[in-house]
Design a binder for this molecule. Structure first.
Ligand SMILES: CC(C)(COP(=O)(O)OP(=O)(O)OC[C@H]1O[C@@H](n2cnc3c(N)ncnc32)[C@H](O)[C@@H]1OP(=O)(O)O)[C@@H](O)C(=O)NCCC(=O)NCCS
Length: 152
């Protein structure tokens, strides 16, 4: 059984460990938790394993037609396909909605589990961009939802 709850400073290392397990990118989670009060950062807390997943969402149009962004969602490999990722996204979207957002976007790498899931969940492709991160160049597509409650 996983509890979903807002991240606290004590979760920073656990969030970083999950992030490191999915790729080279590492964010400053202490900074997000301490200094970005508008960021919605939720963790899935497993009774034995601790933090096994997280979702980060923000209310910021980023120059697009969408009010907010689902910035990241990640679940540790051994805890996937149990509904944790979906539950994290749903809870984050409910929080963005309560904060006044209506529409939301997410950027994903095409042909990944996340991309096919989010397209099935109603995401409409509105943009494509080239990203260079950690020396690697790849394409991301922007998916948008007019009503973020489609993900909640
Ligand atoms: C994407 C990710 C967060 C999903 O986490 P999860 O806990 O397995 O998700 P859930 O069990 O809640 O499943 C969510 C959806 O993905 C689908 N899914 C999950 N794993 C899948 C797989 N291996 N193959 C096909 N579909 C899969 C589920 O069926 C579900 O879709 P549905 O709502 O249409 O039924 C997880 O795979 C992950 O961390 N991936 C690496 C990081 C990443 O790609 N993040 C997204 C960047 S925005």
């Amino acid at each position: 059984m996983n509890g979903l709850r807002p991240a606290t400073l004590d979760d920073a290392a656990g969030i970083e460990a999950v992030q490191r397990s999915i790729g080279p990118r590492v964010d400053d989670w202490v900074q997000v938790i301490e200094h970005d009060p508008d960021a919605v950062l939720l963790v899935a807390d497993h009774p034995e394993a601790g933090v096994v997943g997280y979702a980060l969402a923000v209310l910021d149009d980023g120059g697009t037609d969408y009010d907010g962004e689902l910035v990241q969602v990640a679940v540790a490999a051994e805890h996937r396909q149990q509904g944790i990722g979906g539950a994290l996204v749903a809870a984050a979207m409910r929080q963005l909605w309560e904060a006044g957002g209506e529409s939301v976007r997410a950027f994903v790498v095409p042909e990944t589990v996340a991309a096919s899931w989010l397209v099935r969940a109603g995401g409409r492709v509105f943009a494509e961009r080239e990203v260079v991160r950690d020396g690697a160049r790849f394409t991301e597509v922007g998916l948008g939802w007019a009503d973020m409650r489609d993900l909640a």
